[in-house]
Design a protein around this ligand. Sequence first.
Ligand code: 4NP
Length: 154
Amino acid sequence: MNILFVCLGNICRSPLAEVVFADLVEREGLSDVITADSAGTGGYHAGEPADPRSRACARRHGLEITHRARAFVPEDFVKFDLLVVMDEANASELRRRAPNASARRKIHLLREWDPAGPGEIPDPYYGGESDFESVWHLCERSVPGLLRERKVLR
Ligand code: 4NP
């Protein structure tokens, strides 16, 4: 099972979601059967490390982001079993790019698995530390449901 987290720039939200999920996967002993990666629908920040505010947020919660930003590519529709997107704008963009129905079915919003959801993970780029913390908490609340469902369906 390969899971790709997707946002716009791949420097703020999706790298955080990726480490929150990967940490849970590791704690559940599933690292050998579930992989996680992240990408952005926009490539403006490709090659860059995650936003310093996302890295600081992860560090406050005991995790490290080493990911370098990359743009979503068409092969991702094949390589990944599930495309977990932060907001509706980026989900729409992926739906627009999806080559077929099978690819389109892989597109989901992360907060479909939030017990308090559904909803979006708001873009914190023009915000401050509390907005990044909010991203963290929404991710933390959503990934257990995602992992639980995917384990069953594996
Ligand atoms: P992300 O946040 O999609 O969560 O990585 C953003 C990063 C960069 C920009 C917008 C959102 N930007 O406009 O450069």
